[in-house]
Design a protein around this ligand. Sequence first.
Ligand code: PLP
Length: 365
Amino acid sequence: MITERHLFGPGPSNPYPEATDALARPLLGHLDPAFLAIMDEACEMLRTVWGTTNARTLPISATGSAGMEAAFVNTVHDGDVVVVAVNGLFGQRMCDVAARCGAEVVAVEHGWGQPVDVDRVLSAHPSPAIIAAVHAETSTGVRSDIAALGAGKGDALLVTDAVTSIAGIELAADDWGIDVGYAGTQKCLGVAPGLAPFTIGDRAFERRVEKPRSWYLDLNLLGGYVGEAGVKGGGRTYHHTAPVAMVVSLHAALARILDESLPAVWARHEDAGRRLQDGLEAMGLELFAAEGWRLPELTTVKVPDSVDSAAVRRHLLEVHGLEIGAGAGAYASTVWRIGLMGHNARPDAALLVLAALEDALAQAG
Ligand code: PLP
């Protein structure tokens, strides 16, 4: 994904230095009332970006993958049928994680670059305990229709991966029927990697596993960490030492995002992605993700025949200070992934990538 060499650096190229500046502040103690107030506010702001009123909404102290594990380890009972929509790497990972939690996984495979086929997923099993899907597949640059899955889920719980969608494109957990959602901080939230914003509704919590096979991610125990799992006014008990600097940084980023307003932040991502994708097509390049389902924050583009993918990426990094990603899985050398997320979701960043890529391709040719 595209970044300046300093991912979230406070240099002149980042107009939103709040999250990074917060990391440099003197540390508060993890039980200092001032920190507890920041944690409470961060949970409250997370509810807003998730589009939920779920009391149990909190930043889990680990990366997005831990959010995925927390989702499954707390909700999968032995032998439960879990239908997973697989249209990229992270859907595949969901299958692995759910299976390790004891699920009988029904994987509904899709071609990479395609959105989730809602009808196929909903008809894959007559009575699944859980239906799971990735909202924004980072491996392919594709958005899927979570609202339609929620509308048709029946009695199943809907688990949603919002790692690359949160604060980048519209996300409405309650309206869409998301029962369990997890995300990450390092994408459109513009915070360093290290936390997994997590939310679980009452219906899912009531069906939770009594003694999950994870101590650290057991929501029963995590309850006290943020005051009864984010329940406002709930009692607090020691569970683990909060990564104070990360939570303060997340708090700063959320405050800034809500100050800009979520619709404005989504529109900024949409505008930057549109400029980039239009520009790439104007250069004669072919986009990889299915039309109509392209993520603005993560653009996938086919590497032209006869172009050395790695050489272009190296040129961008070394000459222009821009990092774009290789493709994932089977597309490692035939697709590029270009992220315009968080502070990089700006027209000037899109134009910079286009100009630099044109230069890199000229060198490669
Ligand atoms: N899900 C998606 C869609 C992702 O893009 C990622 C990471 O990029 C993850 C899950 C895993 O998150 P992490 O790498 O923060 O553990």
